[in-house]
Design a protein around this ligand. Sequence first.
Ligand SMILES: Nc1ncnc2c1ncn2[C@@H]1O[C@H](COP(=O)(O)OP(=O)(O)OP(=O)(O)O)[C@@H](O)[C@H]1O
Length: 286
Amino acid sequence: MVKSAVTVTNLHYTYPNTTTEALAGVSLTIQEQDFVAIVGQTGSGKSTLVSLIDGLIQPDSGQLNIAGMTIDATAKASQLSKIHHHVGFVFQFPEQQLFAETVAEDIAFGPHNLGWSEEKIQVAIDRALMMVGLPLELKSRSPFALSGGQMRRVAIAGVLAMKPSILILDEPTAGLDTQATNELLTLIKKLNDNGTTIIMVTHQMEQVASYANRVIAMNKGTIIADTTPQQLFSHPDDLINLSLTLPVSVEIAQFLNNKGAKLTNTEPLSLEELADEIVKVMGRKR
Ligand SMILES: Nc1ncnc2c1ncn2[C@@H]1O[C@H](COP(=O)(O)OP(=O)(O)OP(=O)(O)O)[C@@H](O)[C@H]1O
């Protein structure tokens, strides 16, 4: 039976010293093992929503249900911090938050805060490094002596070490080259396949098309679409109204069909699906 990982009911939030609501009544349910992409223009409320789900800020009104806990405006700080036993948050440019003298100490920071035993922490460090594809020899190295891509993996390992059942990532591939981007997305997909619920804020529609099973579009602090990527990208006119763009693969497919290519799947989503369609057309012409 599919269980809900996060339920959010009529959440409202206004930042201190501001007057406009950053979140103006958001309700949604995220199921266990969903891969949810959150999209929307800058300032639409994406980061605010995920910060509330991670307990970094507290709702002014409304309710969050995560792993049997209920968080509302009256929740105590200790309740909010318990969320971190279940939810991991990879901030934008997470490598900027590395601080320890060695990679191992940096990864150990979160597990230490959760009160884990030294033995359990050492196992978690090795496991997390392996998950992000970094060699164990790096444990004693300074994180600041690593490449940008490696630093980001160390930062992500620090979150994975706490074994979150829900992983939030805010623009995880920002600033990475194509290879590092693909490797990171493959890792995130693997985590999802192995049971981790993924909530990923992104401006990259290709990533939505290729990885997410569900997409939530936000505007002015509200949810304006909650659907599948296939549905979202099959209504290009709606996308323009939402100030979102089509994935390049969908645009190319449309161009090809306009030129008479007759693709069977008129809305190929990922680049891989588009490639399959092109190969089929080429096969027909031989
Ligand atoms: N720390 C803050 N103090 C005051 N206002 C804030 C703060 N953070 C965000 N806001 C405001 O809250 C609203 C929602 O911002 P939020 O960062 O959630 O949007 P976003 O969709 O994540 O944007 P982006 O894509 O640029 O990260 C915006 O109007 C923003 O200006």
